[in-house]
Design a protein. Sequence first.
Length: 297
Amino acid sequence: LAGIGRHWQALAGIGRHWQALTGINGHWCAQHGSIELLPQAGTCPCRSSGNSRYSNNSSNPVPHPERRLPCCATMRTSMKTTQIVPFFQTLQAANPHPETELEYSSDFELLAAVLLSAQATDVGVNKATRKLFPVANTPQAILDLGLEGLESYIKTIGLYRSKAKHLMEACQILVDRFGGQVPQTREELESLPGVGRKTANVVLNVAFGQPTMAVDTHIFRVSNRTGLAPGKNPLEVEKQLLKRVPAEFAVDSHHWLILLGRYVCQARTPKCWECLVTPYCDFKPKTPMPAAKKRSS
């Protein structure tokens, strides 16, 4: 049931509560990606007047049963400043040289892979680019393929038609305006079709070593759940990360947070029992080790 107890407002415009589905004294929070148990009296602000983003009828708020706290979608706490350095030191010790899981061998291959990765997995993108890049791995070579030729290589990726169109247009601009080279400024990167702020941040960080923060769904969840950089939207989280992450961790922090969210701090059931940074995390209650794992261990 945890998979269907999400705030459907975010997915289908239907503001529905976990309580209504299960009767459990809890509330599914889209920010944390988990069930929040709300133990004090009160009305959840998700249904309060004036907070229509999380309500299916903000003019007629529906109070929760007694013993409730405001859900974390509106009540976010920040990790203590003194905990931020040990938080990243722990991640650094476990993975001193983190890297993107997208496969590439040049700045252009990285740009193309990141553009193709929107609403797709790195695994799926790598499967396609392993066939594409040996044939065409420069802007001019992509143009020489033609639109249909490019589509034939990336058709296993979601939204491949629009992505192929954007990549072709981007390649034409790279050839015409930048001599076939990937530009190194945000403004120039974002002038390319299919390249938004997140894609530009990834390229600036991975290809050129700039301390940018590309906030995807994993970083957004981890930043809010741990209290590291709370924010209502990706831009808020990005600004908080740029302000709160110490300079010595700035370049690699993007990778550490993505990997933490992808493999440990997962949306439906965070693996708190495996998490190295649990001592610094604000998420409560921590997910206990499943009984089956306890028996096997």
